[in-house]
Design a protein around this ligand. Structure first.
Ligand SMILES: [Zn+2]
Length: 486
């Protein structure tokens, strides 16, 4: 059977950036084997050391999750499409706002003028707009995506908007974040967002949460809202927010981005799945890069964030067809989109039939996401940028391997290094001298850890060190006078 395997953008590093592969296979397992025969690097992304499919990879056959079919044994027919979506992440709904709460809201002359666009839509009209005005929505993460959602919801007239973010506005974020301005650099993002929303619509009440969402405070914060928008950029916060939403009975409007590709779904509702149902465990730290580390096309947060805002409006008004039990991925550069069906996992430890997680405080989220040291794994030795600078200026005999991708090296070069992208390390290990120290660098010092693990697994036994904080931390120390890099 000839089938098409469509690969989500964040997995394409393993397939030489190929978005689609045609293979001949009788079932899903054979199709994946054909894919990894053609692209051996893909095996590392898809399978763990026991050759079991990694939990963070979702596989959809013609839009149905294969876990709702026969898993890897699901039979294929000519012309079928298999869609691989890693964690980057129907039907009409009932409003999350009760009729009593809607009735407490009144619409006067200034609201009629300001909200006239919605009032003219029969799907929203006065009752829907009142529900929007009665709504309390928490936006978690106020970067590019959360900023767009917050701006849309404020202009729409959502009564109370919670703004949760513990970070500050940076110059590096401004190309994709329109909620913050140049004058806001170094201000807390939550405070900057609050000012922007007040300017957009003074009728909206805003509450800032500048503390980091944690297992200790998440349920308490989430319980104060009707809907949570997850626009965060880490697996720790995604599992935490999803768990807190399920435990508090609140919908979780989830969005994620990678370069040109956006992903949106609604989680944590009565009938739909939660984040754990879709991705029972996170990818090993470093395999799927964050969007900050891999770049995002400027218009993508506008598109993806506006789709998330539309989901919030549907849930508040109880109208339209929300993305419950469905997820959309949109590749804005190549104009491809897919809507896939998602399903609740009956065995899910938080939203399944017999849940074992009853409080977020029971979970160590850092540990879940592989961010704590694994006591069984040999620790990886790190080297500080200042130490590396000293060793370079002393002329010590060391090898420096730059594992960044070619387009990243083109922005800022690190002279005197050997460039080997992660995917090629195992087969190019002959280029390393096991008798001298080898230091690995990447952009932020995370992928280089993965690089060292990869080489250890491949049997390399020479001394290996990770440059702490990566190129970002080292550039100022090692090349303080180089100025512009392009
Ligand atoms: Zn679940």
């Amino acid at each position: 059977m000839e089938v098409k395997v469509i690969i989500a953008a964040s997995l394409r590093t393993f397939t030489g950036r190929t978005p689609e592969v045609k293979v001949n296979a009788a079932d899903v397992s054979e199709a994946l084997n054909a894919l990894t025969d053609e692209y051996p690097e893909a095996a590392k992304g898809l399978f763990d050391e026991n050759h079991d499919l990694r939990d963070f990879v979702g596989i959809y056959l013609n839009d149905s999750d294969i876990r709702t079919l026969k898993g890897l044994n699901t039979k294929l027919s000519d012309g079928d499409e298999l869609y691989l979506i890693p964690a980057i992440a129907g039907g009409a709904c009932e409003s999350v706002i009760s009729t009593e709460r809607m009735k407490e809201v009144s619409i006067g002359d200034k609201e009629i003028r300001r909200y006239n666009n919605h009032l003219q839509l029969k799907e929203i009209s006065i009752k829907g707009q009142k529900r929007i005005m009665a709504g309390r929505v928490l936006v978690a993460g106020l970067g590019a995506l959360g900023g767009v959602v917050a701006e849309r919801l404020a202009a729409a007239g959502v009564g109370t908007i919670g703004l949760a973010d513990a970070g500050d506005v940076t110059l590096e974020g401004l190309q994709v974040q329109t909620i913050h301005g140049t004058r806001d650099i170094d201000r807390p993002r939550a405070a900057s967002a609050k000012d922007r929303l007040k300017k957009l619509n003074p009728l909206v009440n805003t509450i800032t949460h500048q503390e980091k969402l944690s297992a200790e405070n998440a349920e308490e914060i989430v319980a104060g809202y009707d809907i949570v928008v997850d626009a965060t950029d880490s697996f720790v916060s995604r599992y935490l927010i999803s768990d807190a939403c399920v435990l508090c009975g609140k919908p979780d409007v989830f969005g994620a981005m990678y370069q040109f590709e956006g992903f949106v779904t609604v989680l944590g509702t009565k009938d739909g799945p939660c984040y754990r149902c879709l991705y029972p465990s996170p990818p090993p730290a470093g395999i799927v890069p964050s969007c900050a580390a891999s770049g995002v096309m400027n218009a993508l947060p506008g598109i993806t964030g506006a789709m998330m805002a539309a989901e919030v409006l549907k849930l508040l008004t109880g109208s339209g067809e929300p993305l419950i039990g469905k997820a959309i991925t949109l590749d804005a550069w190549n104009i491809r989109y897919h809507i896939v069906n998602t399903a609740r996992d009956k065995g899910c430890p938080v939203c399944g039939a017999d849940p074992s997680i009853h409080s977020a405080q029971d979970i160590d989220y850092e540990d879940l996401c592989g961010l704590r040291e694994n006591p069984h794994e040999e620790p990886i030795e790190a080297i500080e940028p200042a130490e590396l600078a000293r060793r370079i200026s002393d002329g010590e005999k060391i090898t420096i391997i730059d594992v960044r991708e070619p387009h990243e090296r083109a922005i800022r070069r690190f002279p005197g290094t050997i460039a080997i992208p992660i995917g090629q390390l195992a087969r190019r290990q002959k280029e390393l001298d096991p008798d001298i120290d080898t230091i690995f660098i990447c952009r932020e010092g995370k992928r280089s850890i993965l690089a060292i693990r990869t080489l250890r697994e491949a049997g390399y036994e020479g001394p290996m060190y990770n440059l702490k904080g990566g190129f970002e931390a080292a550039a100022q120390i090692i090349f303080p006078n180089e100025g512009a890099w392009l």
